[in-house]
Design a protein around this ligand. Structure first.
Ligand code: CA
Length: 229
C-alpha cells in the first residue's frame, strides 16, 4: 500500500484529500506545519508528497527544495494561486506536478496514481539494470555481490559469482567452456578450461536442488552451458 504525506494547513482541504485517497486504498498522513512536514518527509518513508505552498513554519518552496536534496519521491504541489504555480515552474525546484485550488478530488487521485506508477517503473527499471537479477528463486545483487537461493544467502567466491552473474545476465544462450573462460578469467594465465567445469560444479551445488539434474545451469552436451529461464 502506497503511503502519502499531505503537508497542508487548511484542515478541510487536507481531510478531503485524505478521504478520497483512502477510498483509492492509499495510506495517508497529514501534517499542517511546514517545518514539521519537512522533518517527517525526510525522516520517514513515503511514496509521494502532496505539498501546499503557503504554510506556517516553512513554505512549500523551501520544503520541496530540501526534499529534493536527498529524495526523488514524487512531489505534487498545490497552490491557491495560478501565479504561484507559474513561479514554481520557473524556479525549477523539482516538483513533479502542480495543481491549483480548487481542484476536483478525483483529478488529484488520478494525478497521484499516475505519478506513483511512473515512479515505480523508474525504480523498477533502475534496480533491474543496476544491481538486482531475479530468476526463479535466485536473487543476485550485483552491487553487494551477494546471492540468495529461495531467500537463503549462499557464499560465493569471486569467480563463481562472476560466472553465475554472466550466465544469468545472458539467459538461454549457450556458451562454450572456452567462451566462459575467456569472459571470466580473461588474460589470467593460471588455469585452463577445466577450471570452468570445476566452477560450474560448485555453483550448481549452491543453487540447484539436485546438481545432477540441474534446473538452472544446463549442460548442452558437446557444446557448453546455458542458464535456462
Ligand atoms: Ca496554505
Amino acid at each position: 500500500m502506497s503511503k502519502i504525506l499531505i503537508i497542508e494547513d487548511e484542515v478541510a482541504i487536507a481531510e478531503l484529500e485524505k478521504d478520497y485517497l483512502e477510498l483509492s486504498d492509499f495510506q495517508v498522513e497529514i501534517e499542517s506545519q511546514g517545518d514539521m512536514g519537512l522533518a517527517r518527509a525526510l525522516g520517514e518513508e513515503f511514496d509521494l508528497f502532496i505539498l501546499d505552498l503557503m504554510l506556517p513554519g516553512l513554505d512549500g518552496f523551501e520544503i520541496c527544495r530540501k526534499i529534493r536534496e536527498v529524495k526523488n519521491t514524487p512531489i505534487l504541489m498545490v497552490s491557491a494561486k495560478k501565479e504561484d504555480i507559474d513561479k514554481i515552474r520557473g524556479l525549477g525546484i523539482g516538483a513533479d506536478d502542480y495543481i491549483t485550488k480548487p481542484f476536483s478530488p478525483s483529478e488529484l487521485v488520478a494525478r497521484v496514481k499516475a505519478h506513483l506508477a511512473r515512479y515505480e517503473r523508474l525504480i523498477g527499471s533502475s534496480q533491474a539494470e543496476n544491481s538486482i537479477i531475479e530468476i526463479r528463486g535466485i536473487k543476485i545483487d550485483k552491487t553487494a555481490r551477494r546471492v540468495w537461493v529461495n531467500e537463503e544467502e549462499k557464499p560465493f567466491t569471486s569467480k563463481e559469482f562472476d560466472l553465475l552473474t554472466f550466465l544469468a545476465e545472458n539467459p538461454n544462450r549457450v556458451f562454450t567452456k572456452e567462451d566462459l573462460f575467456r569472459e571470466i578469467w580473461e588474460m589470467e594465465s593460471v588455469g585452463d578450461i577445466a577450471t570452468v567445469t570445476v566452477h560450474i560444479k560448485k555453483i550448481r551445488e549452491k543453487i540447484e536442488l539436485n546438481s545432477s539434474k540441474p534446473q538452472y545451469i544446463e549442460t548442452i552436451w558437446g557444446v557448453g552451458y546455458r542458464f535456462k529461464v
